[in-house]
Design a protein around this ligand. Structure first.
Ligand code: ATP
Ligand code: MG
Length: 297
């Protein structure tokens, strides 16, 4: 995929934002942006990745990468195709186990962990390629997001027994809240496979939110969307962050969006970290500029 939102200006330097139509959507948020500024930078480090290296056979996906994520921030991971961005998310939620490095989550060093354990710790995610049950309704797909929160046993659930019944009602209520929040009431009974791509991406976000995560990992949530869908998705991501204080780690190719909505950005290139800081600092980093203009032209 080509870089979006980055053009070479008249002076040969990259023009980062404004090229993205979605950037305008975030400006519409006005007040929300100002309120977010209060949250910005206030959180403590909740995820500390130290010297992470991950290889698949001879392929070095990640080499000696260190960065941290602060509570309540929107932390973007950017970089060209194959840079290691999705691999990094897979390390964070326990799908891949790095050969080297330490992962400290909420002050505790994490040993090898299964994705369901990460989910129980409050980490939810969406995938680069939509991972939903296409034949199931929107409602039922979102309900699967509550799986890690079910307490009653199989028997009680099968018999629709006292505690199981109460629990199911609680889950349904939470799911309906998410449906209202993401404004997808009209499609709640529609099989996911019948929905346009942009709405499927929104349903995937809904499923992740149904788990009530404290940290949300989003792998290219706006890829393949039209301008209007991108604007909506931007607004929802900001609303989740603002209203629930959810920490967000976001992989996104549209630089206008990244520069507008993230607090800090880490830049990967060929599995190495080449930049880390505020959008302004990253935009001015010569290594980042080189990687971007090299990739896009
Ligand atoms: N399961 C795997 N087995 C083998 N190689 C893998 C695996 N997952 C990732 N890789 C390799 O690791 C490198 C980084 O891939 P990754 O998917 O993390 O990049 P990315 O930055 O997400 O790229 P894109 O922007 O295209 O999504 C690539 O060379 C890729 O081929
Ligand atoms: Mg990827």
């Amino acid at each position: 995929m080509a870089w979006q939102g980055v053009e070479r200006g008249g002076d040969g330097q990259p023009v980062w934002s404004g090229a993205s139509a979605a950037a305008g959507a975030v400006e519409l948020q006005g007040g929300a942006q100002e309120e977010r500024a209060l949250v910005r930078g206030a959180g403590k480090v909740i995820l500390d990745l130290q010297n992470i290296s991950l290889a698949f056979g001879g392929v070095k996906a990640l080499t000696d990468i260190s960065f941290d994520v602060r509570e309540h921030e929107i932390r973007a991971i950017i970089g060209p195709n194959g840079a290691g961005k999705s691999s990094m998310l897979n390390v964070i939620n326990g799908v891949y186990h790095p050969q080297h490095g330490r992962i400290v989550f909420r002050g505790e060093e994490r040993r090898k962990m299964h994705p369901t354990a990460a989910a129980r710790q409050g980490i939810a995610r969406t995938f680069q390629n939509i991972a939903l049950f296409k034949g199931m309704t929107v409602l039922d797909n979102i309900m699967t997001g509550r799986n890690t929160r079910f307490r009653s046993g199989l028997l009680a659930n099968a018999l629709w027994w006292g505690p199981a019944r109460n629990e199911e009602m609680l889950h349904r209520r939470k799911v309906e809240e998410v449906i209202d929040f993401l404004e997808i009431q009209a499609i709640r009974k529609t099989p996911v496979g019948r929905l346009p791509y942009g709405l499927q991406k929104r349903v995937e976000l809904a499923r992740a939110l149904a788990a009530e995560p404290s940290m949300l990992l989003l792998d290219e949530p706006m890829a393949g969307m039209n301008v209007e869908e991108k604007q909506d998705m931007c607004r929802f991501i900001l609303d989740v962050n603002h209203q629930f204080g959810t920490t967000i780690v976001l992989i996104e190719h549209d630089m206008g969006v990244v520069m507008d909505i993230s607090d800090r950005v880490v830049v990967l290139d060929y599995g190495k970290k080449i930049g880390d800081g505020t959008p302004e600092a990253v935009k001015a980093n010569p290594d980042v500029i080189r990687a971007y203009l090299g990739a896009g032209h």
